[in-house]
Design a protein around this ligand. Structure first.
Ligand code: GLN
Length: 513
């Protein structure tokens, strides 16, 4: 569970530039990107209850106050806010053997205080069934060739001053901490030396971390402290993942053409999913971030020599025409293409304009007056003419999207059916606009296959181009369900197609059709 001290009710309206990607759960919550890491590592499915913010806690408490639940009492941070936090934690933990609660921010932040006070109380309630793990920083000063333990000592002191004695210290560091330094930290913080763990920057990436922590015995300390009964750790799957990442046989380059491309965390799940896609065949995946506005200004030069092209989800007008130009290039030159959400919508616009001859086709997200709104809000195209009717300009930006896991039926002879190996899939959504059903016929007649439909057939979820080696656009976000151990059929297929393209072959998925 992630507790975030900021005041936004959820991260749904926060800019990916500032806060990284918005991670969408199966039950449709817009959450912190850390929940994505939790799913990728632990496989446990996260839900709305797994992420709470100060904003949500206050919203609940204020709603209760308005309803009169506090019977005229004075509503205060302690106990009302802290009780609300404790209840949220207990609600989330119900039915599980172990709950891990991560508190964002830094000890000493004003915003984090109610959260820390709440977990202090929980620690008191649960006694030996609870433990505190504190993540600290051990900076390395290059110029002096020196490791500094002071910041760790200080933050533990700060934590102890509010009544929390950490049981374990996880020390983020660039270089291994020496025995001597660990003993010193232990002495000053009252933590046993063996529980001072170095959380070293992982050279081979984050999937090496389970092994690095295991080598230092962190798992044993936890199991012992919490009195859990379990056999020895089995990290075979993780060793396999790391081995596949380290010992690659091939290398492909995928161009990712979008807007937030220079912000590493803005597409976190997506970049992870692309790397997972290479694991099955030991393919190293290089991701070339291309700003679609650069394509508008300078043409398609940046796409030269790439093995595959991906257009991720996005919002708004900026860079859209660059995406359309990119997709046209992929379509006309038989370059494997994966379009996700906005990347699917842009593919439909591109196909309508350049293949179906509807030159002014557009999404109504950008052009409300287009004569051919191939993508629009459902409310816009529900009227039989398919033309744009009205738009509710006032609608709230928070919580108005189609969100979360939805089932989708795949067409029998499609590439996606082949890749998934299943007739019905569940994937997660986060968008307002949809494929306009009035254009189904014209797009089909011109060669676009509508290969995935919502279960009631009312919404187009996947498009593909049967005449192209590998061209798929999906309305959902497959990246949210990819994990290093399980991969994801669309990404594995996409990376295979990239390799096949590089080697001048027909991708395996297509050859088998
Ligand atoms: N902007 C588009 C919509 O709202 C696509 C959203 C996305 O890519 N996540 O429908």
């Amino acid at each position: 569970m992630k507790l975030d001290p900021y005041i936004n009710v959820d991260p749904g309206t926060m800019s990916p530039f500032q806060h990284g990607e918005v991670y969408v759960t199966e039950d449709g919550a817009e959450t912190d990107l850390d929940l994505g890491h939790y799913e990728r590592f632990v496989r446990t499915r996260m839900h709305q209850v797994n992420n709470i913010t100060t904003g949500r806690i206050y919203a609940n408490v204020i709603a209760k106050e308005r309803r009169g639940d506090y019977l005229g009492g004075t509503v205060q941070v302690i106990p009302h806010i802290t009780d609300e936090i404790k209840e949220a934690v207990k609600r989330c933990a119900e039915g599980f053997d172990v709950a891990m609660i991560e508190i964002g921010g830094t000890v000493g932040d004003i915003e984090a205080m109610p959260f820390l006070e709440s977990i202090r109380q929980l620690g008191h309630e649960y006694g030996s069934q609870a433990l505190f793990m504190h993540l600290t920083l051990i900076p390395f000063i290059k110029a002096a060739n020196e490791t500094k333990t002071k910041p760790t000592q200080h933050s533990v002191k700060e934590l102890r001053s509010i009544g929390i004695q950490p049981d374990i210290l996880l020390c983020r560091c660039e270089n291994e901490i020496s025995e001597e330094e660990r003993a010193k930290i232990a002495l000053f913080t009252n933590v046993p030396t063996k529980a001072v763990i170095s959380a070293l920057d992982a050279r081979q990436g984050i999937y090496e971390i389970p092994m690095l922590l295991h080598e230092q015995g962190l798992d044993d300390i936890l199991v012992e402290k919490l009195g859990l009964e379990c056999g020895p750790a089995n990290l075979d799957d993780w060793r396999e993942v790391v081995d596949r990442m380290e010992n690659t046989r091939h290398e492909v380059t995928v161009a990712m053409v979008g807007k937030y491309v220079n912000h590493a965390d803005a597409y976190k799940s997506l970049t992870e999913a692309l790397h997972h896609g290479g694991l099955r065949h030991r393919i190293k995946v290089n991701i070339k971030a291309v700003d679609s506005e650069d394509i508008e200004a300078n043409g398609l030069g940046e796409l030269e020599g790439v093995d595959a092209i991906l257009v991720p989800g996005g919002f708004g007008e900026r860079g859209f025409e660059g995406k359309v130009a990119t997709i046209r290039h992929a379509r006309e030159n038989n370059i494997p293409y994966l379009g996700i959400c906005y990347g699917m919508q842009a593919a439909v616009v591109e196909f309508a304009r350049h293949v179906c001859g509807l030159d002014k086709a557009h999404t109504t997200e950008i052009d409300k007056d287009t004569p051919d709104p191939v993508i629009g809000l459902i409310t816009e195209w529900l009227d039989r003419s398919g033309k744009v009717e009205t738009r509710d300009e006032e609608s709230d930006l928070g919580g108005t999207m189609r969100l979360g896991g939805q089932r989708c039926r795949l067409s029998p002879d499609s590439l996606v059916r082949k890749l998934y190996g299943e007739d019905v899939i569940t994937e997660r959504h986060r968008h307002r606009f949809e494929f306009n059903n009035h254009y189904r016929d014209v797009l089909r007649q011109n060669g676009m296959a509508l290969s995935g439909m919502s279960m009631d057939e009312t919404l187009v979820e996947i498009v593909e181009l049967p005449g192209h080696p590998w061209f798929i656009g999906c309305q959902f976000h497959p990246e949210f369900t990819s994990s290093p151990r399980d991969g994801h059929p669309l990404f594995t297929g996409f990376i295979e197609a990239a390799l096949a393209h590089q080697q001048g072959e027909v991708p395996a998925g297509v050859a088998a059709l």
